[in-house]
Design a protein around this ligand. Structure first.
Ligand code: PRT
Length: 124
């Protein structure tokens, strides 16, 4: 059974100009026609709006606005993934790969790697 992420990704893919998408009738095609900068600008805007909604929710208790803005952010992230020929499944696979790996352990391992790389450079 396909998920909403798969179905949306499929619709978004069909909106690419190369697949017959029409900027006159489709918001997504319009974004593709504008290109990288317009898509990335939307991600920045939607991320900021999500942060602002979350901050406001702590004051006015309107958690629904957080959901609404987060949906906008996820949606535009799907458009960005399609622009780079990536799929939501690949993001889910990356999350699955990280399953059970503590963020703190991963961070410590990354620091060790950086330290080792710096040591190697010093001795080169
Ligand atoms: N899920 C969405 C979706 N979520 C948000 N949006 C649009 O994203 C935009 C969000 O931008 P803002 O909140 O900043 O509002 P705005 O001021 O209108 O935006 P801009 O003028 O800056 O573009 C709005 O125009 C929303 O309508 C979406 N547009 C489309 N979809 C899905 O994508 C499908 C294909 O859409 P079309 O390509 O338009 O047919 C649709 O059937 C939906 O399933």
């Amino acid at each position: 059974m396909s998920t909403i992420l798969d179905r949306l990704a499929e619709i978004i893919e069909s909106r690419k100009l190369a697949n017959g998408g029409d900027p006159a009738t489709s918001y997504v095609s319009r974004l593709f026609a504008k290109g990288d900068d317009a898509i990335l600008k939307k991600i920045g805007e939607e991320a900021t709006e999500t942060v602002m909604a979350a901050k406001d929710a702590r004051v006015d208790g309107d958690n629904a606005k957080v959901l609404y803005e987060c949906a906008d952010l996820w949606f535009h992230s799907l458009v960005m993934l399609a622009q780079f020929d990536l799929s939501p499944q690949q993001v889910l696979d990356e999350l699955a790969r990280r399953e059970g790996l503590s963020g703190l352990e991963e961070k410590a391992a990354r620091k060790d790697e950086l330290r080792d790389a710096a040591e190697t450079q010093k001795h080169d």
